[in-house]
Design a binder for this molecule. Sequence first.
Ligand SMILES: Nc1ncnc2c1ncn2[C@@H]1O[C@H](COP(=O)(O)OP(=O)(O)OP(=O)(O)O)[C@@H](O)[C@H]1O
Ligand SMILES: Nc1nc2c(ncn2[C@@H]2O[C@H](COP(=O)(O)O)[C@@H](O)[C@H]2O)c(=O)[nH]1
Length: 206
Amino acid sequence: MTSKERGILIVLSGPSGVGKGTVCKALRGYAPELVYSVSATTRTPRPGEIEGVNYFFKTREQFKRLVDTDQMLEYAEYVGNRYGTPRQFVEETLNEGKDIILEIEVQGALMVKQRFPEGVFIFLLPPSLDELESRIVGRGTETEESIQSRMSVAMDEFRLMDYYDYAIVNDQVEKACSRIQSIIVAEHCRKDKVMNKIKQWMVEVK
Ligand SMILES: Nc1ncnc2c1ncn2[C@@H]1O[C@H](COP(=O)(O)OP(=O)(O)OP(=O)(O)O)[C@@H](O)[C@H]1O
Ligand SMILES: Nc1nc2c(ncn2[C@@H]2O[C@H](COP(=O)(O)O)[C@@H](O)[C@H]2O)c(=O)[nH]1
């Protein structure tokens, strides 16, 4: 097999406020070789958020055009806004043999699972529901209405956890990062084992 082996697609999701963004940010220090997908959204930027770094900020019309022209790998409506993963960047990264991580909500994750069943799906859990709410409140970015909507959506999201390959608790950021790294290492070992088996069969049938 001469072509480069594809990288692994990792999906990290879980309820709003569980710490996906915080963990991904810390993970950049621990796993600098991982590539991070930047999503598109119709929500307005929060103070400090930068176009192309945190999100690609789009109007509803621009977002619809991206979906209609099949430029989105997945997309979802979440608490009144649209979010989606630009397809081309993900495919190019995987074809270059690099691993990429998507930090997305659950509906979108399930859409990715249909299209990329070989992906690795990780659900991030809070230590408790009270802690989840304190984290959303403590972040100071949401209105009371948005906090309640996000907590309510979280209940539906927990019910879909069975579709994931792994569930890990974000009790401490460093521990969550190390759990994700262990999963990635294990998935590479599993993939290498399968590839070695295929290579062995190819030699045998020659
Ligand atoms: N392990 C942790 N212990 C304590 N606080 C944490 C931990 N992880 C994240 N937080 C805090 O929780 C808040 C929410 O984190 P973050 O914004 O990363 O969540 P998120 O899952 O990315 O949310 P969203 O889906 O809404 O973007 C932040 O204020 C962050 O500092
Ligand atoms: N399906 C997708 N969900 C996404 C994407 N990018 C982010 N998200 C998720 O949306 C909610 C809300 O995010 P916020 O920045 O407004 O707090 C959160 O769960 C994100 O993980 C995406 O491309 N697709």
